[in-house]
Design a protein around this ligand. Structure first.
Ligand code: NAI
Length: 734
């Protein structure tokens, strides 16, 4: 579907020419009411004329668009926004684009050169945006664009004043993105490149002509559309190319030791390490940036960073020897359980009697009482927690510094709800990621000698890398990114303040999840939720939305633990269904931070009767036929209504489960064909598999035969099935 701006009111500042003009034309062309602002100044900010804005407005109107001109300076932000409200009654989009240049080498930059640039670019964008802000907040919609420049991001000779203002806009946008987020007011920044009167003095004429301003407009329109959920992004754009920027930070180095002063010599000695971008991190917000820094405090205090800063970190070369470790089997462990553990686990991952369909996991007397599939991680956890990890040959690691990185779980049969499970863990591989070592632990769990499930734990041992091992492994179950489209389903579910306190009772006793002082030592503001608890939430969201809460349909799940969750925060699971695979991404609703990434759930026969497949009817051949019947009924409905005078209900099944419902109404009005649950009275209902339906339609099998062989089931007024021919007879051609 093309992106429309019908009903939206857009302000583009400095739209009398150059880039702003192209934005104004593009917005208007897609239905927006546009305020074309331009002071009509020269490139240095001198002079004033209404001609520039008027010409653009004329051009828009000539093409049938809606636009008015405004000649205020962006320094009159309030006045400017008031004129937008006077003209169109609301403000949805602000594109801060107005700009001037006063290039000088730094030594020759005058106060006026400095001030004018700050006033137009930075202060102007501030004033216009502030005037629009509350209107956007109140209407819970707003899109704001800031215009930065490569000169600000990278620096450019002779543009100190301009660079400062342009990067200032990035900072402004970063904070607006945070403050506006919950009101659906998003702010993004672009650094465009285009031929315009601003660049004609610095670019050769053929480049000015080739780098058309119209190549930039599509990005601006997308970022300003209601469908676009990007917020706080920074993009370089030009020539029809668009790229996104972010910050990168080296692993860094702590140059301080317990009870000793930090010295410039230590900084000098560690300089290469401080500046080494190998395994760089990409902090996305202040919390992430701070967290690792605050961790250093407790690390230094606990003596963890106590070596001479020039020596290697904790686990040194001799302590990890993959050749000895890989293939090592941890002694098997036995897990005895009853329905109590199943129920405790279900409560631990947020199930509640508030949802009647959760009862089958919460009440042992329920006729379908079952164990949640993700409970299968619990017995295998036990296998490792029983001290197994501590005694592996060739693997001497600091167990207080291990992080659970990823999890893969595959079930071969539904879990029993009580009994004895035996788990056998093997070190599948040990990888060297530089900053740490990655252990792949494969755990097979058996019930009465039969394999029930397989778990792969990906464990990151901080500081244990650098032993010269491989970086990747063919044994690793890889995380997969979700499709690049809006999710098919989103579920938001609050965790409680006591979620971690409850979850740990299932067997994960790490104090990190309950003890505030322990959590603080690890650098967290409070005890964090178990990654496997969020994992349980996300898995049951998929199970409910796409598999009718039927544990036998659950095949496998993979997740990467990207960020911590605090108990009490809400989890937002976004789901994309592609065949039998449901890609998932789980975020903390309050912060928008992705906590489970690269995740997916595989289902058995996922095209069954979940509400989604009822409405989507994935890949059913019969859909085409019903669509065609619908078209014909539209054309000749009244005639058919006279002939048939009945309402037919269809249940199309796939793999034995209802996959779609259709109503062919040839009784009321001039007839209609509708997909979805039957509405109103149906005279006769046919239940038939998608493929049998196609055989009937193509004349390969006649309806009576299908009926007598049990392939076509009929309920209600059976006699009416004779009238079926009237509807179906012409479809053999399809
Ligand atoms: P332009 O000079 O064609 O357009 C800027 C417009 O802003 C002019 O029409 C001018 O009259 C108007 N303007 C100046 N001061 C104003 C004020 N106080 N109030 C209202 N309007 C005012 O230049 P261009 O290239 O289209 O630039 C648009 C924006 O993109 C500017 O912010 C510029 O700094 C930025 N930019 C452009 C690049 C390029 O390659 N063209 C590179 C990087 C950034």
């Amino acid at each position: 579907m093309s992106l429309s701006f019908e009903g939206r009111v857009v302000l583009v500042t400095g739209a009398g020419g150059g880039l702003g003009k192209e934005y104004a034309l593009a917005f208007a062309q897609r239905g927006a009411s546009v305020v074309v602002n331009d002071l009509g100044a020269d490139t240095k900010g001198g002079g004033k004329s209404s001609a520039a804005a008027d010409k653009v407005v004329e051009e828009i109107r000539a093409k049938g668009g809606k636009a008015v001109a405004n000649y205020d300076s962006v320094e009159d932000g309030e006045k400017l926004i008031q004129s937008v409200l006077d003209a169109f009654g609301r403000i949805d989009v602000v594109v801060n684009n107005a700009g001037i240049l006063r290039d000088r080498s730094f030594a020759r930059t005058s106060d006026l050169d400095w001030d004018l640039i700050q006033r137009v670019h930075l202060r102007g964008s501030f004033l216009v945006t502030r005037a629009a802000w509350n209107h956007m907040k109140n209407q819970k919609f707003g899109r704001i664009i800031m215009t930065a420049s490569a000169a600000g991001i990278y620096g450019n000779f002779g543009q100190a004043n301009y660079s400062a203002a342009k990067l200032g806009l990035v900072g402004l946008a970063n904070t607006l993105a945070i403050e506006g987020h919950k009101y659906n007011v998003y702010c993004n920044t672009i650094a465009p490149v285009a031929g315009s009167r601003l660049t004609e003095t610095v670019m050769p004429p053929d480049l000015v002509a080739a780098l058309k301003a119209e190549y930039v407009a599509p990005l601006v329109l997308w970022l300003c559309h209601e469908q676009c959920q990007e917020n706080g992004g920074l993009f370089e754009v030009g020539a029809g190319w668009i790229g996104k920027l972010r910050w990168e930070r080296t692993q860094g180095c702590t140059v301080r030791r317990k009870n000793q002063p930090a010295t410039p010599e230590a900084v000098r000695d560690q300089w290469d390490k401080i500046c080494d971008f190998t395994d760089a991190t990409k902090p996305a917000n202040t919390q992430e940036s701070l967290q690792s820094i605050v961790t250093v405090l407790s690390q230094v205090e606990s003596g963890e960073i106590n070596m001479n800063p020039t020596t290697a970190p904790a686990a040194s070369v001799s302590e990890i020897n993959p050749a000895n470790a890989v293939g090592y089997k941890i002694p098997p462990s036995t897990f005895d359980f009853t329905h109590t553990q199943c129920i405790l686990y279900a409560l631990g991952v947020g199930m509640s009697t508030k949802d009647p369909d959760h009862l089958r996991f919460l009440y042992e007397g329920h006729s379908d009482f079952s164990c949640l599939p993700t409970f299968a991680v619990i017995p295998s956890m036990a296998a490792m927690m029983d001290g197994g990890l501590g005694a592996i040959p060739g693997l001497s690691i600091d167990l207080t510094r291990i992080l659970h990185g990823e999890q893969y779980l595959e079930l071969y049969r539904p879990l029993p709800t009580s009994g004895k499970l035996v788990s056998e863990a093997t070190i599948a591989d040990v990888l060297d990621k530089g900053s740490g070592a990655v252990l792949l632990l494969d755990v097979n769990t058996y019930s009465g000698g039969e394999l029930v499930c397989f778990n792969q734990f990906t464990v990151f041992a901080v500081g244990a890398g650098g032993f010269g091992g491989r970086r990747t492994s063919e044994k690793a179950k890889a995380p997969l990114p979700p499709p690049k489209r809006a999710p098919d389903a989103v579920v938001v579910d609050a965790t409680t303040r006591d979620q971690a306190a409850l979850y740990r009772l299932s067997g994960d006793w790490n104090p990190l999840h309950i003890d505030p002082s322990f959590a603080a030592m690890a650098g967290f503001e409070a005890p964090i939720l178990h990654g496997l608890c969020s994992f349980g939430f996300a898995a049951r969201h998929v199970l409910k939305r796409f598999a009718d809460n039927d544990p036998s349909r659950f095949k496998a799940i993979k997740v990467r633990f990207a960020k911590p969750v605090l108990p009490g925060q809400s989890l937002q699971t976004e789901m994309w269904k592609e065949g039998d695979r449901v890609y998932i991404q789980c975020k903390v609703k309050e912060t928008d931070a992705v906590v489970l990434a690269g995740a997916y759930v595989d289902l058995h026969g996922a095209s069954g009767a979940s509400p989604e497949s009822l409405t989507q009817g994935d890949g059913l051949q019969s859909d085409l036929v019903f669509a065609e019947i619908g078209r014909r009924v539209k054309d000749t409905g009244s005639e058919l209504v006279k002939k048939v005078n009945a309402v037919f209900g269809w249940e199309i099944t796939k793999d034995g489960k209802t996959a779609a419902q259709w109503t062919i109404d040839l009784k009321n009005g001039s007839g209609s064909v509708q997909k979805g649950p039957f509405s109103g009275k149906v005279d006769v209902t046919f239940t038939v598999a998608d493929e049998v339906f196609m055989e009937v339609v193509q004349g390969k099998i006649n309806p009576q035969k299908a009926f007598f062989s049990g392939k076509l089931k009929v309920r209600g007024n059976v006699m009416l099935s004779q009238k079926l021919e009237v509807i179906l007879k012409d479809y053999a051609k399809l």
